[in-house]
Write a new protein. Structure first.
Length: 72
């Protein structure tokens, strides 16, 4: 098991943070690279699309899970 790491990014002009495990972060970074996007932009897109009842860290994990499932 890997520990949760807190990270910060700037999205839409403000700093925000999220806490996810390293494997999720690595995959999120890979997805951003494959799409030719900065990580902060991908995080911003996920943030905009998430239900307000879901926190950003959970939304990022679910996004990565969906992406991995789609490849399988």
């Amino acid at each position: 098991m890997t520990s949760v790491v807190k990270r910060s990014v700037s999205i839409r002009g403000h700093r925000t943070s999220f806490s996810i495990e390293q494997p999720f972060y690595d995959e999120l970074h890979n997805i951003a690279d494959k799409r030719g996007l900065p990580l902060a932009r991908l995080v911003g897109e996920i943030d905009e699309a998430r239900p307000r009842s879901t926190n950003l860290s959970s939304a990022l994990r679910l996004f990565v899970l969906d992406a991995v499932r789609a490849r399988a």
